[in-house]
Ligand binder design. Sequence first.
Ligand code: ASP
Length: 308
Amino acid sequence: MSPRLRHLTTLEHLPRETIERLLDRAMAMRDACAHGTRKIDLLAGRTVLNLFFEPSTRTRTSFELAARRLGADVVNFDIGFSSANKGEELYDTLHTLEAMHLDAIIVRHKVSGTPDELVRHAMSGVSVINAGDGNRAHPTQGLLDALTIRQHRPDFENLSVAICGDVKHSRVARSDVHALSALGVRDIRLCGPASLMPDAAEFPQCRFVEDFDRAIEGVDAVIMLRLQKERMAQTDLPDEAAYFRQYGLDTTRLAKARKGCLVMHPGPINRGIEIASDVADGAQSRILEQVGNGVFIRMAVLGELLAR
Ligand code: ASP
């Protein structure tokens, strides 16, 4: 059996067995909640800190809900009102908060690698979970996307998945590729304008297709990405109307995918920029299912790291 995780900063190099164990645990959490169990006392007496240096709606609230459902106490450290604004160093913030006896820190930061820095500096016994660092990784999003796909298309070996949009700045794309390739998906297509594509050497397991009409042909799932303007140089910003014409997902394009293709998006959605409203809200959309699965995945991860 693959060893139990102490931290979760990336899915890169995680064995298939560990990823499958987390997905199975998430299903077990979902079943327990479906049977009316509102609270599972797995983490009673544990304290979890939400330390978000970048805005978040879904991830932060679902981590909070997940921790509470497992019986943990949750502290939300709102960086907007903290002394980090007064120039307090990351590590001072860390040690100040640690002195309050934490068991886990869930961190989001615009600088790639911050969660690993915290792993190096955190007191032993404190687990670190990455809730998104720069463009590098968003491991719980990768897991919840894999879970959403597995619920509908469990035959990963024969799956085709397209990941489209601003791949270059997307930590979601990176974690999705790591999860899906570890689970056996062989046909992963990355699509977007050349200026928003990463270096091909970073993704040897993927096919790069610049033309969205070709990239979407016959796929079982399409994961759309947001234009992450906050990570772009002003000169990289595409014209939004032109972008939608070339890279927006509308019903005509979706018809080129395999029948019943799953439509996914990590949110927040820019309607009319990367996805048309009727597709985002349409019968094939799994976007709200992704949000729901996010809670179960985060329960699974907290359980893996913190259960005694
Ligand atoms: N919510 C996701 C993230 O934090 C996707 C996005 O922001 O576009 O990376």
